[in-house]
Design a protein around this ligand. Structure first.
Ligand SMILES: [Zn+2]
Length: 441
């Protein structure tokens, strides 16, 4: 007996970099997994069915670098350079956040992600126990890292992050994994990074870190340490555990071999990187060196949203533009970055990210009926270059429907918006006691 059948649906699979569409097939789900994909399966074999003619089933999208709660600051600081953005605006507001604010901010971000077809997110922030509760409550899948910086309290912060890993790694029926989150080599000393690396090794988990976001960071790192940020992270032992490097917009020539040799995955966040004017990773070059590349949104304070199709579209366009070659990042390879490769980057390789028997039932159904999608000569092209988040009709994670016919089934959105609204005036006060965290150039 199956728990759920999705019938008459067009299924998008990616074989290597090639798109395969299985037209009008049925997906069978039992115990949270995809247990059969076939042209037809009798509805009498299932407890529940969804008739999905004309819909496209895609693997749930994976957001490999986010700060979900930062939607609280969406649109509040625009058109300023990263240093000013961080030191003069975002950080002086973030100091106001209580764990409850982070919980409701995260719920706002997770609501938006579900409505946009995201089924798994790698989130990096403070008060991560609040984010973990939010993820657990809404039914998403997540890899969570508690951000730590070097400061006089760093040992206590590392203990807190380790306690978080011990409490939450494998929680929510295995939907949550917990990694360490040293913010970056520009906010953490090499000695502190080494401590974090050995704690991660002891606990058998990975590390999610920001690396080489700007050319100036690389220049300052060479001046201070004689190494790029990648070299500093490597020397501190970070790469002895699975590592997810956010941004990596400026890899140096010798970084490529280090990243490839240690299986470091890169989460590129094209919208934030373009908007802050910091540069975008040369994704095609990273891929040619055998480096795992995934896509992220970053926080909605810089991205203004959590739309992973938009991120995929931007990176495909950017790379074609950068190389002046329309053949770069073809559709299947681009879509794989936000699905299969995203799963690999956040430690879920082979478990989610593909619509195949044996994988978790993390499935998104999209309408293809909109005028902006029709006629559908190529469903993968329609998805990548024409769709919008409003086309997402149904979102399933581990076999459980979180969104159906665009109704949220695990979230009271009106309450989320009410809770967020009543916090805005207090949390957007600029704190005068904020120290500059982002290094001055
Ligand atoms: Zn970030």
């Amino acid at each position: 007996m199956y728990d759920l059948l999705i019938q008459d649906v067009d299924i998008l699979q990616i074989d290597g970099s090639a798109v395969v569409i299985l037209p009008q097939h049925t997906i069978a789900i039992a115990a949270g997994k995809i247990t059969a994909i076939a042209p037809a399966i009798s509805p009498t074999l299932a407890r529940e069915t969804i008739a999905a003619p004309g819909r496209l089933a895609i693997p749930g999208l994976i957001n490999a670098h986010a700060h979900a709660a930062m939607g609280l600051f969406r649109g509040i600081v625009e058109d300023v350079p990263i240093e000013e953005w961080f030191n003069n605006h975002v950080w002086p507001m973030e100091l106001n956040l209580t764990p409850d604010d982070v919980y409701w901010g995260a719920l706002l971000g997770l609501t938006e992600m579900i409505e946009a077809g995201v089924t798994a997110v790698a989130d990096h922030y403070f008060a991560m126990d609040a984010v973990a509760r939010a993820v657990s409550d809404v039914g998403l899948r997540a890899q969570l890292a508690w951000t730590v910086f070097s400061n006089p309290d760093e040992a206590a912060q590392l203990d807190q992050a380790a306690a978080f890993v011990e409490q939450w790694h494998g929680a929510a029926d295995g939907r949550i994994s917990a990694w360490f989150g040293p913010h970056s080599p520009y906010t953490c000393t090499p000695g502190f990074l080494a401590h974090v690396a050995s704690r991660a090794q002891q606990l058998g988990v990975g590390i999610h870190i920001h690396l080489s976001e700007t050319a100036e960071q690389v220049r300052q790192s060479r001046a201070a340490h004689g190494k790029t940020p990648v070299g500093v992270a490597h020397a501190a032992g970070i790469f002895r555990v699975p590592t997810l490097a956010a941004h990596l917009a400026h890899p140096a020539d010798d970084d490529y071999a280090l990243l490839a040799a240690h299986g470091v995955a890169v989460a590129v966040c094209p919208k934030t990187e373009m908007k802050l004017g910091i540069g975008v990773a040369p994704v095609a070059d990273l891929l040619e060196h055998g480096i795992t590349v995934a896509l992220g949104s970053d926080g909605a304070a810089s991205n203004n949203g959590y739309d992973m199709v938009e991120a995929t579209r931007l990176i495909a366009l950017l790379e074609k533009h950068r190389r002046q070659d329309a053949r770069v990042l073809p559709i299947g390879q681009a879509l794989a970055l936000a699905t299969r490769e995203g799963a690999r980057a956040i430690g879920l390789a082979g478990l989610t990210g593909e619509l195949r028997v044996g994988q978790a039932a993390d499935v998104v159904l999209l309408s293809q009926a909109g005028a902006h999608m029709q006629p559908v000569h190529n469903p993968a092209a329609a998805l990548l270059y024409s769709s919008c988040t409003a086309d997402v009709e149904t979102v399933i994670v581990a076999g459980r429907m979180l969104l159906h016919d665009r109704h949220l089934l695990t979230i009271d959105k009106a309450e989320v918006l009410r809770q967020v609204g009543q916090r805005i005036e207090r949390i957007t006060q600029l704190r005068s006691d904020a120290l500059a965290i982002y290094p001055q150039s």
